[in-house]
Ligand binder design. Structure first.
Ligand SMILES: *[C@@H]1O[C@H](CO)[C@@H](O)[C@H](O)[C@H]1NC(C)=O
Ligand SMILES: *[C@@H]1O[C@H](CO)[C@@H](O)[C@H](O)[C@H]1NC(C)=O
Length: 292
């Protein structure tokens, strides 16, 4: 079975189709804007075809719509891995090959095929060349951390001189020194700020509805971990999803998400899918204000 079908976001997507449309859209908007800015490299491979740098018609391909297919042409099959288990950036517990996962090598044999167009295999040197003097921030949960790690590992294979640091409050980051390309990962589960909530002795609207404890989720406040990211990075890649339906943490009964807007509880209380929609609306707006 293609491993990505089991990605945390997949289960959520079925239930939250609208919310998930926002993210690719946001990403595309940011890329379109940033890559069309004359001061910046206009050559993002994401917006190009597989030919000799012939620009693909913008908007012609929805890269978010497609499927995972077995990659029979992949040199990984004949030994040419994009990177392997020795890439030090791979988080220990997630290093399938080093940990001897039985189908570890099988997992390498899938590639994403967008509907109606081809996504060329990433060429690390070309990517480095095209993104000189650029800073790219991945903002999100472990799914985006994996995307970040994957890109770092592929690029490190082509250029090993890196400086490890934490730009703009990132969890981790690297600058590829010969190209002055910076990649950073900003860890955030919900994109927005949240913290423990419990009843106040003075009472309040949530208390009168019977809530005793939970998580306060401020739908209009970006998580501190990436608050500086939009003014720092040239390209931003966001994800969220899994944590909005993670009962191990946000148990609907014992520790529900309690949404706050402008510092006061949203009444009547929203269920997580509606809270996610609201949070995304606010975040898109906030990012747009900083970026555009
Ligand atoms: C990157 O910055 C350096 C130093 O500021 C400059 O010489 C070089 O032309 C820049 N490269 C690109 C591709 O913008
Ligand atoms: C390196 O790239 C950043 C953008 O990420 C740019 O602001 C900075 O001027 C560049 N530094 C040099 C020495 O070119």
């Amino acid at each position: 079975m293609p491993p990505p079908a089991r990605s945390p976001a997949a289960g959520v997507r079925r239930r939250l189709p609208l919310a998930f449309l926002f993210l690719p859209l946001l990403l595309l908007l940011l890329l379109l804007h940033l890559t069309s800015s004359p001061a910046r490299s206009p050559n993002s491979p994401l917006l190009r075809g597989s030919g000799d740098g012939e620009p693909r018609q913008r908007g012609a391909c929805d890269y978010a719509s497609g499927e995972w297919v077995p990659d029979d042409d992949d040199p990984a099959v004949s030994g040419g891995l994009r990177y392997d288990q020795t890439c030090r950036e791979i988080f220990k517990g997630w290093n399938c090959l080093a940990n001897g996962k039985r189908n570890g090598r099988e997992l390498l044999r899938w590639r994403w095929r967008p509907r109606g167009c081809e996504l060329p295999r990433l060429d690390p040197l070309r990517f480095l060349e095209r993104h000189r003097n650029t800073s790219i921030g991945f903002v999100g949960d472990s799914l985006n951390r994996n995307m970040f790690v994957s890109l770092v590992c592929m690029l490190r294979g082509a250029s090993g001189e890196v400086r490890k640091w934490r730009p703009a409050g990132a969890d981790r980051g690297f600058t590829f020194l010969r190209y002055n390309l910076t990649l950073a990962y900003h860890r955030t589960n919900l994109l927005v700020r949240y913290g423990r909530w419990s009843t106040s002795p003075n009472g309040g609207p949530l208390e009168s509805l019977g809530y005793k404890q939970g998580y306060r989720v401020d739908v209009d406040i970006p998580d501190q971990t990436w608050a500086e990211a939009p003014s720092f990075h040239d390209v931003l890649i966001f994800n969220t999803g899994h944590w909005w339906s993670a009962p191990s943490k946000f148990n609907p009964v014992q520790s529900p998400m309690l949404f706050f807007e402008k510092g006061i509880p949203v009444i009547p209380p929203l269920l997580p899918p509606a809270g996610l929609d609201l949070a995304l609306k606010h975040m898109v707006w906030i990012i747009a204000v900083v970026v555009f």
